[in-house]
Ligand binder design. Structure first.
Ligand code: ADP
Ligand code: MG
Length: 245
């Protein structure tokens, strides 16, 4: 295994009953790499993300993070979850906590950071994603784009080794998509390791080192964004690109 391999999936299979949702997935994500995953609805992209932070178990094969197999339970599993930051389509903020509390909760509870340090770091991150002026508000008082940027700050507050994004802009009004993508591009440029499920081709072209195209549980193509978008090798990829471009 390459020394800079951070996330490694080795012959991973997963079934939901009769449905073979992940079929012999082999994937190595290196430190600092940005991998974009695209593919039709139902192809297994979310299941792949959920398997990497152990929200789903897999039926065979192994997943390692930083050389360690994913823990099964307990404290080790809680630590894994904080090493793998996750941003979902729906923002998933705690509705009854302020923006600042949303960002400090994990560091205080899981990382045992002191409140003052946690708040200082949270404000830095909120400033970085451009919502520091909203720190005292509740999520419902924010726009969707602002909420998603808070969700990114919340994940970053745990100092994750890798960030997973599962269609982070799909639920946003068009005018808010760019403000979230800009934050993600900035994160990529700072060297964060990222796995991003998205159909935003602009983001893929700007920020991705590699594009994976999934269809029916299989990684059908894997290529640089330029090659993939200009020269898809399979009918399935050509078909899909024809529908979204
Ligand atoms: P994608 O994110 O690419 O749209 P998903 O990973 O969400 O795909 O789903 C892949 C397939 O697995 C779909 O057919 C979906 O209906 C099915 N699926 C997802 N989660 C479950 C579950 N918990 N139980 C049964 N089937 C599921
Ligand atoms: Mg999905």
């Amino acid at each position: 295994m390459a020394a800079d391999a951070l996330v490694v999936l080795d012959h991973v299979d997963k079934w939901f009953g009769e449905l073979h949702v992940l079929q012999d997935i082999n994937l190595t994500v290196r430190r600092g790499e940005v991998v974009v995953v695209i593919g039709p609805s139902g192809s297994g992209k979310s299941t792949l993300c959920r398997a990497i932070n152990r929200l789903e178990t897999v039926d065979s094969g192994t997943i390692t993070l930083d050389g360690q197999p994913l823990p099964q339970e307990g404290k080790a599993l809680a630590e894994l979850r904080s090493d793998v930051g996750m941003v979902f389509q729906s923002f998933n903020l705690f509705a009854h906590k302020t923006v600042l509390e949303n960002v400090t909760l994990g560091p205080i509870k899981v990382r045992k950071t002191g409140r003052q340090d946690a708040e200082q770091r949270a404000m830095e991150l909120l400033r970085r994603v451009g919502v520091d002026s909203q720190a005292g508000k509740y999520p419902a008082q924010l726009s969707g784009g602002q909420q998603q940027r808070v969700a990114i700050a919340r994940a970053l507050a745990m100092d994750p080794k890798v960030m997973l994004f599962d269609e982070p802009t799909s639920a946003l009004d068009p005018e808010m998509i760019k403000e979230v993508l800009d934050v993600m591009v900035d994160l990529a440029q700072r060297g964060m390791t990222m796995i991003v499920v998205t159909h935003e081709m602009g983001f893929a072209r700007t920020a991705a080192d590699r594009v994976l195209f999934m269809s029916d549980g299989v990684v059908v193509e894997e290529n640089t964004p330029d090659e993939f978008f200009s020269n898809p090798r399979t009918d399935r990829a050509r078909d899909f690109l024809g529908k979204i471009l």
